[in-house]
Design a protein around this ligand. Structure first.
Ligand code: ZN
Length: 291
């Protein structure tokens, strides 16, 4: 075979692979079934970036300076990342939407701290990117550190934010399980999951189907209760990208701290920041502050 024929054959094989195989590699997959490793390399890997509170200075481990947060938004824009809504990523995992484009990133924030309104909102309006907030309603219009329902309604009106559940009062389910009788614990969990969903839906006129586990604490039984309560996706704080090997009820999120800037932030986005399954570390940091 001469060189020209060989080249033509290679091109034809290339086209065949592209046309016949690639579309299957991008097919959506519900329920986090495991696909083979070779194929998994081709499917979208999307980091979910999790923030909590912002301010001019770092007052605790869960606060990021507003300047560092803006540096993240600027970096993502300048490097051509596409910030997609969490809903879009979940729809893909549920087999209800197309795959996210390459270079997709998701932004979320937990707890409903008042700095979401004062510091995050102006930047989100400036950069025009979608954000999902996970809220525990008992704090709203109640705790001094939290937003009000009016502020949440104003945030929702921008069309840039989606608001979802973080249980009713952010319990530590491990402690509650030890403290309560088994009947009491079942009732407690049902209340935390349902009351949060109901209150958010009523106050904000929205549909709540996504849940972020407080302190990243979950188990298979809690997940079954979440499904029973009407949630279709739930989120942990494991530090790795979302891919098709993840169950839609255990989607991982990178809990970001003020130190996650510059090269560290780049490595997180690239999936090269190896701290997989570090719930213990993240939970410890969180518990230290909140205990
Ligand atoms: Zn939280």
């Amino acid at each position: 075979m001469n060189k020209r024929h060989l080249k033509g054959r290679c091109i034809r094989i290339g086209i065949l692979i592209t046309v016949c195989i690639v579309p299957f590699l991008w097919a959506p997959l519900a329920g986090g079934e495991i696909r083979d490793t070779k194929e998994n390399l081709q499917v979208p890997h999307v980091p979910i970036l999790l923030y909590h509170r912002f301010g001019p200075a770092v007052s605790d481990s869960m606060t990021m300076t507003t300047a560092v947060f803006e540096s993240h938004l600027k970096y993502l824009r300048d490097k051509g990342y596409t910030i997609i809504s969490l809903r879009r990523l979940v729809d893909y995992h549920l087999g209800k939407g197309p795959p996210p484009p390459p270079g997709s990133v998701v932004i979320v924030a937990d707890d409903g701290h008042k700095s979401i309104y004062t510091d995050m909102l102006p930047l989100i309006k400036k950069y025009r990117v979608p954000v999902t907030l996970f809220i525990y309603p008992s704090a709203i219009s109640n705790a001094s550190y939290a937003m009000t329902w009016e502020q949440l309604r104003e945030i929702k009106k921008t069309g840039l934010f989606e608001i979802q559940s973080h249980t009713y009062w952010h319990p530590d389910f491990r402690k509650e399980k030890k403290r309560l009788s088994s009947d009491e614990y079942v009732k407690f969990v049902e209340m935390q999951l349902k009351k949060s969903k109901d209150r958010l839906e009523r106050e904000l006129n929205i549909e709540v189907t996504m849940l972020a586990w407080p302190f990243g604490i979950y188990d298979d039984w809690l997940i079954s209760k979440a499904i029973e309560a009407g949630y279709v996706a739930s989120f942990t704080i494991e530090r790795h990208h979302v891919s098709n090997i993840d169950s839609v009820m255990k989607l991982p999120r990178y809990l970001l701290h003020n130190g996650d800037k510059g090269r560290v932030f780049e490595m997180i986005l690239e999936g090269n920041y190896r701290e997989r399954n570090s719930i213990g570390v993240s939970t410890r940091r969180y518990n230290e502050k909140n205990s």
